[in-house]
Write a protein that binds this ligand. Structure first.
Ligand code: GLN
Length: 545
């Protein structure tokens, strides 16, 4: 096995500086130079995974092929590098402690007093080094900001790794903020100096500083940062606010970020990397030929990070069609009142994303009904598919009380709880009222498409597809004959034919519901075909009205 180099990315001053994008963009840059990369996220919070956290608190839960519910930064990593993320790429304090405590109960520590150092830090280190094959670089982002109490064991673990593996295999990057103070007309370096001091107090001297700022960093300030923070001037990289995140790798390269990293590891940086793919993506984002207005009728619209992959996938759909997607994020509760639904007249396409719980469902059903009746493109994702099926059942199939058992026990459970399903050769079982964490139908599942349908064409005539899931309820296959008679085509099913995975309306320009989350696999270089087709349908409609 090859020995990988480790790049640790910490953050200081404030949170939300975009460490995830910074790590993803650097990884993508190293990739363009032919290196194999893997990105990881170490989250200091106590939840075992973010699956039980509200998306309005912590943003989207990103789901991997292997069924892990992970931090949304893994979505950035995957979108920038194309490397599929895995369970082993995200760890939390909760997961570390539950492993350590389970081992303690088994007696694995042979009578030792189990302590943060060395037992917890050892567990963190073996996670960082574990499950690797032939990667050249492993980029590990530490969640939170330096100085957080819960982050200390992680900083201690990476400090130890710096010693154990030697500086030739470890690099520390610290991301900070240079706030602009209007009254003095200056970008201030003091918070960065303090943050580096804080890192030094736990034994870590950063090698590279990435400084977020809203304007160019003057030479004098760069010099000051270098001097006070003990790094060469060329190792101070500016991360300026930018109109598209896909420009970040290009900006980093222009400042020599990748060169400095390679030089640290004693690697040749003479050859220029091929960045034309990134230039193309950025050109398309910046120079669209027209605009498609899409209403996203959801629940967590106050916190856009809850739909991170979705908003990126919409941008990708725009890239594929050379258009700008003008997204209107609207709380579905707005449409609980019947007259409000007319506001959807102004958009070219309607999307109802994933969601949980009954609040706001009436508005989602109404949005689906509007799209069906007005022949506006409709894309229902997961919950959005379930709501569309309930709408069709109620208004076209004569099941007037159709609903989901997610809300309460139902006489007509058109959407119902799944307690058993197969994954590969294994039977997965869930108890009603069981644990909520990590117990949904999670991760990649195959589906078989029905020839002659719209989605069959959209997927380029492929019969077998694989997409990622995260849900507890399913459309009830027993209602299939009734729903098909009403015009709803079951165009994708689980290979055993028990689980409806995709539905579409027969007499409609574009009305598709999918039980999975296609947004999780869309990339700027490879927009997901469903998003490409949805935005194209919106574009066609925009030409009609
Ligand atoms: N609440 C629904 C379920 O659990 C849908 C979940 C989702 O949209 N991700 O089945």
């Amino acid at each position: 096995m090859k020995k990988p180099c480790f790049i640790f990315v910490t953050g200081g001053v404030v949170s939300s500086l975009g460490k995830g994008i910074a790590s993803a963009a650097l990884a993508a840059l190293l990739q363009t130079r032919g290196y194999k990369v893997r990105c990881r996220k170490l989250d200091p919070y106590l939840n075992v995974d973010p699956g039980t956290m509200s998306p309005t608190q912590h943003g989207e839960v990103y789901v991997t092929d292997d069924g892990a519910e992970t931090d949304l930064d893994l979505g950035h990593y995957e979108r920038f590098t194309g490397v599929p993320a895995r369970q082993s790429d995200n760890i939390t304090t909760g997961r570390v402690y539950s492993n350590v405590i389970a081992r303690e109960r088994r007696g694995d520590y042979l009578g030792a007093t189990v302590q943060v150092i060395p037992h917890v830090t050892d567990a963190i280190k073996s996670f960082i080094k574990g499950d690797l094959a032939d990667e050249d670089f492993v980029l590990c982002e530490i969640g939170g900001t330096v100085g957080d109490i819960e982050g200390l064991p992680f900083l201690e673990a990476i400090r130890q790794l710096g010693n154990e593996l030697g500086r030739a295999r470890v690099l520390f990057i610290h991301l900070t903020l240079l706030p602009y103070i209007p009254t003095s007309g200056e970008l201030k370096t003091k918070p960065t100096q303090h943050s580096v001091k804080e890192l030094l107090s736990v034994g870590i001297q950063p090698d590279i500083l990435v400084c977020r700022a809203d304007r160019a960093i003057p030479e004098s300030e760069r010099r000051k940062i270098a001097l006070f923070c003990n790094v060469p001037e060329k190792n101070v990289i500016a991360a300026l606010d930018i109109d598209t995140i896909y420009q970040v790798p290009i900006n980093y390269h222009e400042q020599g970020f990748d060169r400095v990293v390679l030089e640290h590891f004693g690697l040749d940086a003479a050859k220029e990397p091929g960045l034309s793919g990134w230039h193309t993506v950025v050109r398309r984002v910046r120079h669209p030929e027209s605009v498609v207005k899409v209403a996203i009728v959801g629940k967590y619209t106050a916190m856009l990070d809850s739909y991170k992959s979705l908003s990126e996938a919409l941008i990708h759909g725009g890239i594929a069609n050379n258009v700008k997607v003008d997204a209107w994020w609207v709380d579905s509760e707005v449409f609980e009142s019947e007259d409000a639904v007319g506001r959807l007249e102004g958009v070219n396409a309607i999307l109802v994303p994933g969601g949980f719980g009954e609040r706001g469902t009436q508005g989602k059903i109404r949005a689906a009904q509007f799209a069906r009746e007005r022949k506006a493109p409709y894309f229902g994702i997961c919950f959005g598919m379930q709501m569309a099926v309930i709408e069709v059942a109620r208004h076209l199939a004569g099941v007037s009380d159709a609903s989901s058992t997610e809300f309460s026990p139902q006489k007509n459970p058109v959407v119902g709880l799944m307690t058993e399903w197969t994954r590969g050769n294994q039977l997965e079982k869930r108890a009603e009222g069981g644990d909520l964490g990590g117990t949904m139908r999670l991760g990649a599942y195959p589906a078989r498409l029905v020839g002659g349908t719209k989605v069959f064409d959209i997927y380029g005539g492929r019969k077998d597809i694989s997409e990622r899931h995260r849900h507890r309820y399913e459309v009830n296959i027993h209602y299939r004959p009734q729903l098909e008679k009403a015009g709803l085509v079951f165009s994708g099913l689980s290979p055993d034919g028990h689980l409806p995975e995709i539905v579409e309306l027969r007499d409609h320009p574009w009305f598709v519901g999918v039980q999975f989350h296609p947004e999780l696999k869309s990339k700027p270089f490879a927009p997901h075909p469903l998003f490409t087709a949805f935005i194209r349908a919106g574009l066609e409609r925009s030409r009609l009205v």
